[in-house]
Design a protein around this ligand. Structure first.
Ligand SMILES: Nc1ncnc2c1ncn2[C@@H]1O[C@H](COP(=O)(O)OP(=O)(O)OP(=O)(O)O)[C@@H](O)[C@H]1O
Ligand SMILES: Nc1nc2c(c(=O)[nH]1)N[C@H]1C(S)=C(S)[C@@H](COP(=O)(O)O)O[C@H]1N2
Length: 214
């Protein structure tokens, strides 16, 4: 068996059948113009490195808060680069330049409202201004590929908080992080079988969908 399988998507080679390709998009006027150092992409990479047991590869983009640029970047990452999952950070607040949710909806074929609802549930435990956070998630489907695209807030520390969820003092999960639902979502849209480190975030799948049950 070869360890390299060609995907239907142009430019895409999986180095392992279970490898997941993840687009990491930091959307920030100031970080993309060099006013401050981007902490979005490093935070995403650090969290994923600790959370994923499966092989993964990141495709990174640092862009400004411009709706057309955001939509084009998301479409390129899914249709050209062949990403299975795209995580964005930044631009989900109420300010005039915050247009990430609208630009994400424009790239999607299906909306997945549960991700935004769950993120706001988690974030309200950290800051009351979480109700200002307009994150959305979508599936983008093309004839031969599909990907999940999820907006995360812009605060670098909120990346871990929303992906991983909230624990009590004993370490028990109080509010599950959104990443718990991501591997099964990727299964359902025809992507690779993704496994996580349970001590960071336990992925949930119905019994019939678990690999060891087959
Ligand atoms: N890429 C980033 N790197 C470091 N810090 C960031 C980044 N993006 C956002 N932040 C921090 O999180 C806050 C909220 O993020 P938000 O996406 O609303 O940014 P913003 O205020 O619109 O500014 P900008 O788009 O220039 O980052 C920012 O004010 C900034 O302190
Ligand atoms: N988990 C978490 N979510 C959070 C925050 C945070 O510190 N932690 N900051 C909030 C703040 S202050 C704002 S204004 C909104 C705006 O989202 P943005 O950072 O993408 O603009 O996200 C919110 N979500």
């Amino acid at each position: 068996m070869t360890t390299s399988a060609r995907n239907p998507v142009r430019n895409r080679v999986r180095n392992h059948p279970d490898e997941i390709l993840i687009g990491l998009v930091s959307i920030s006027d100031r970080a993309s113009s060099g006013v401050y150092e981007d902490k979005g992409i490093p935070s995403l990479e650090t969290w994923l490195a600790g959370a994923l047991k499966s092989p993964w590869r990141g495709e990174t983009r640092l862009i400004q808060d411009d709706a057309a640029t955001i939509t084009a970047t998301l479409i390129e990452l899914v249709d050209e680069a062949g990403c299975d999952l795209v995580l964005t950070t930044g631009g989900t607040g109420p300010a005039r330049r915050d247009v990430t949710p609208e630009a994400t909806l424009a790239a999607g074929t299906k909306e997945m409202p549960g991700f935004g609802e769950q993120m706001r549930q988690i974030s309200l435990n950290f800051v009351p201004t979480a109700i200002l956070s307009r994150q959305v998630a979508v599936i983008r489907e093309t004839p031969d590929h599909a990907a999940l695209i999820v907006n995360l807030p812009g605060q670098p520390k909120s990346i871990q908080e929303t992906l991983e969820g909230l624990r009590d003092a004993s370490g028990a999960v109080k509010v599950p992080g959104i990443f718990a639902a991501v591997p099964y979502c990727i299964d359902l849209i025809g992507g690779p079988y993704v496994e996580t480190n349970d001590d960071v975030v336990a992925a949930f799948r119905p019994k019939s969908a678990r690999r060891e049950a087959k």
